[in-house]
Design a protein around this ligand. Structure first.
Ligand SMILES: NC(=O)c1ccc[n+]([C@@H]2O[C@H](COP(=O)([O-])OP(=O)(O)OC[C@H]3O[C@@H](n4cnc5c(N)ncnc54)[C@H](OP(=O)(O)O)[C@@H]3O)[C@@H](O)[C@H]2O)c1
Length: 338
């Protein structure tokens, strides 16, 4: 298969390019080369998609499949204008951030309501809080369906992506935190749901989709599991038996300015409930039925840990620092004992 990856210089796009090369495909990555590098075995075409004609060098080439990871509406519009006529199948990597309802568990991509598209003067996410991210992805999904038609387009709404080369501090926090053992602050309840997808599994599914001309709109995520299963699974993958988890009530954490999801003073992958109860508890049966294969958690943990050990400078530091965690645990025990 002749495949064009619009991106390919970091995380998912790079993993996709690596896997596509390994499977024997003819792989082109088109990006600026600012975020990183494409795999050496892939052909790299430097392009700047901020330039409306930036993809002109590729416009006369035919591709069996394109995979685009963009967040910028204009990037998608220009790419479709330049390439759609010469492409057999177009995959767009969207996000579960397109959904309007983050509260209700068990929703399905087929009928869950999405946000309104981005206003005309908004082209991409803005600011540290990524304002308009979901709306821009909704706009791009529409452009792809309009230009490629339902019979040539695959919309993959990725959930949290984890694994080697993860540029975020989310999954790597738990790998770092659980590896030395000792008492670990576990947020919320053991039964709270978490959901994610291994970057290599997602890459594999995107290639499967391109190869089989899969069309339609799906969530790209693995099945939800409990937070207890997640933390025990991460520990097991690291070879840590019986991690000492202390479950701390969400209201206690919120009252002490412990933050959700990612970033400074955050407990990654933790979101307040019930407000965010739908974010990591989506019904992904359709994706599994359509070829998404999910590897064991221990494989994801080992791939992440191996990468973290090999490239420590690339690992984003974030989350609760050890002194804050110890202070919070001390206070929690005092409250429980008192
Ligand atoms: N990470 C998650 O947990 C998560 C969750 C849900 C959905 N997603 C979605 O999953 C995808 C992740 O994709 P990813 O990890 O491959 O990459 P990414 O973080 O979205 O990177 C964007 C890619 O586009 C390229 N690019 C950016 N500006 C460009 C420009 N002006 N001209 C040409 N190329 C440009 C970048 O390369 P250069 O900078 O080198 O040009 C890079 O390869 C995204 O679509 C994201 O929205 C992610």
């Amino acid at each position: 298969m002749r495949i064009l990856i619009l991106g390919g210089t970091r995380f998912l796009g790079r993993a996709l390019a690596q896997l596509a090369v390994a499977q024997g495909h003819d792989v082109t990555c088109a990006a600026r080369g600012v975020s990183g590098t494409a795999p050496a075995e892939a052909r790299f075409v430097p392009v700047d998609r901020d330039d409306p004609d930036g993809l002109a060098p590729l416009a006369r080439e035919g591709f069996d499949a394109v995979v685009d990871v963009t967040r910028q509406v204009s990037h998608a519009r220009h790419a479709l204008a330049a390439l759609a006529n010469q492409v057999g199948h177009w995959s767009f990597v969207s996000t579960v951030s397109v959904y309007a309802d983050n509260t209700t568990p068990g929703q399905n991509a087929a009928d869950a309501p999405v946000l309104a598209p981005a206003p005309p003067d908004v082209d991409g996410p803005v600011g540290a809080d990524n304002r308009w991210y979901g709306e821009c992805k909704v706009s791009i999904e529409r452009l792809v369906r309009e230009r490629m038609g339902e019979d040539r387009s695959f919309i993959c709404r990725a959930g949290l992506i984890v694994g080697a080369e993860d540029p975020s501090d989310r999954f790597p926090y738990w790998v770092r935190r659980l590896s030395p053992g000792g008492e670990v602050l576990a947020p919320g309840r053991p039964t709270d749901r978490v959901q994610f997808v291994d970057v290599a599994d997602l890459a594999g599914w995107l290639l499967h989709a391109a190869g089989t001309r899969l069309t339609g709109t799906y969530d790209g995520s693995g099945p939800a599991l409990s937070r207890a299963e997640l933390l025990a699974g991460v520990a097991a993958g690291l070879g840590v038996a019986d991690p000492l988890l202390t479950w701390v009530d969400q209201d206690f954490l919120l009252a002490r300015d412990v933050r959700e999801w990612s970033g400074e003073r955050a407990l990654p992958l933790w979101v307040r409930l019930p407000e965010w109860g739908g974010l990591m508890d989506r019904d992904v049966r359709p994706a599994l039925d359509a070829g998404l294969a999910v590897r064991p958690l221990s494989d994801t943990v080992r791939a992440t840990a191996t990468w973290m050990a090999a490239q420590p400078a690339a690992v984003r530091q974030g989350g609760l620092d050890p002194a804050d965690e110890a202070a919070l645990l001390g206070e929690w025990h005092a409250v429980q004992d008192g």
